[in-house]
Design a protein around this ligand. Structure first.
Ligand code: COA
Length: 377
């Protein structure tokens, strides 16, 4: 008989700690980073400014932003050893496994890995912000038999990412849509990967270990992997006209429809309208409305029949596809952004740490004596 203890499966509704990084307000479908609405940041700030905000609590002034950007640009290059390791990865490996392994390797070569002082952790966070996109782009190219393209310190963060993936920088509307997606993906309170990073940090383990664990958690299709799943789903649907019958079939088979639902938001994800706006701009730029038209049918039917709203991954998936990225790169792009939120939480956890160690209600067999092997037959 198990004891009369309440277990909150999936920690639903449990407040695990205080945090001043971001706030989700499901009753108004809103999200703020350090007090600023994400929509406001998307329209009036950049991803660089958002990263600075998450780590420092305030938006930067011009000089602070210039120093932040200069430091990021100076840290982009990968070591020759890491580049050699990337070349050894199996071609068919999943890009999330590649970036997880690359970040773990970065931890072995970082001169300050063992130093978990706040100042050292901040320097390591900056190195991760700068190097992760380089490793993501390089492993993507190597997996296609292409040579990596070195980062260009003359280019801003988003432009440089396109340069490293495609060898060219697209028009400014595409850069803006990508920058917006990076802001929207940057932070989201105690989601599974962030909580993983905080749990690892609570043992006084280092920044690279926490981020490696967070990447592993993000890979799952119930979390970050959903943006890839959304695009696979959209490609499976032959045309917007076929979308209603397709989704009905999913309902009949009680299957999950990827990109819908959220643990916290039950009446709409605060980030969706902004990302949808920029996905539509991408459809306009590319001249291909199929994915957004199919998406519109799915969203309407999900709401009518299930009362379930789309989450950020729903418009982000087609937006990234229209930008030209390979589908397996979508979740690694999420990593390039979420490193900012993860690192902010690592710093916050370490600043007021208590080991995270919950309890489990035991449901196994009662205590019994060990029968020696000779007597077990
Ligand atoms: N497709 C179909 N049904 C869904 C659904 C979806 N995407 N999301 C939720 N539901 C259903 C559940 O099956 C459940 O039905 P039931 O009451 O008949 O069992 C009901 O809606 C309530 O959902 P619940 O299981 O309480 O949601 P959760 O908070 O545990 O899970 C997610 C949240 C995100 C894991 C879940 O919505 C999901 O798996 N979504 C698809 C993956 C995804 O897009 N993930 C990205 C999240 S940002």
């Amino acid at each position: 008989m198990s004891e009369a203890i309440e277990v909150r499966k999936g920690l639903v509704g449990v407040y695990a700690d205080d945090s001043a990084v971001s706030k989700v307000m499901p009753e108004t479908n809103s999200l703020t980073y350090r007090g600023y609405a994400v929509q406001d940041l998307c329209e009036n700030a950049s991803f660089d400014e958002t990263a600075y905000l998450l780590w420092n609590g305030e938006l930067p002034n011009r000089a602070q932003l210039a120093a932040f950007q200069a430091e990021e640009k100076a840290n982009r290059a990968l070591s020759p050893a890491l580049l050699r390791v990337l070349r050894e990865f199996p071609r068919e490996a999943h890009p999330m496994d590649m970036i997880r392994t690359a970040v773990s390797f970065m931890g072995m070569e970082d001169p300050e890995t063992a130093d978990i002082s706040d100042a050292a952790q901040r320097r390591k966070a900056m190195r991760l912000l700068a190097k992760i996109p380089t490793a993501v782009a390089a492993s993507n190219r190597l997996s296609k038999g292409l040579e990596p393209i070195a980062p260009d310190p003359a280019l801003p963060f988003c432009e440089n990412f396109f340069h490293m993936v495609f060898g060219k920088v697209p028009q400014k509307e595409v850069i803006k849509a990508f920058d917006v997606s990076m802001i929207l993906y940057a932070e989201h309170t105690f989601n599974a990967s962030t909580f993983t990073a905080r749990t690892i940090t609570s043992t006084m383990a280092d920044m690279h270990g926490a981020i490696t664990g967070a990447i592993a958690a993000l890979k799952g299709p119930l979390h970050g992997g959903a943006n890839e799943a959304v695009m696979h789903m959209l490609k499976e649907i032959p045309s917007p006209e076929a979308a209603e019958a397709w989704i009905q079939d999913k309902f009949d088979h009680k299957a999950l429809v990827m990109g819908f639902g959220h643990r916290v938001y039950k009446t709409g994800d605060s980030r969706v309208p902004t990302m949808k706006k920029y996905a539509e701009i991408m459809a306009e730029v590319v001249g291909d409305k199929r994915w957004m038209n199919t998406s519109a049918v799915l969203a309407r039917v999900m709401l009518e029949k299930k009362n379930i709203h789309p989450n950020l991954d729903f418009p982000a998936g087609p937006a990234y596809y229209l930008m030209g990225f390979d589908i397996p790169l979508f979740t690694p792009i999420f990593v390039c952004s979420r490193i900012t939120g993860w690192a902010a939480h690592v710093l916050e956890q370490a600043a007021d740490n208590r080991l995270i160690r919950p309890l489990s209600r035991y449901t196994g067999v009662e205590q019994r004596p060990v029968v020696p092997l000779a007597e077990r037959g």
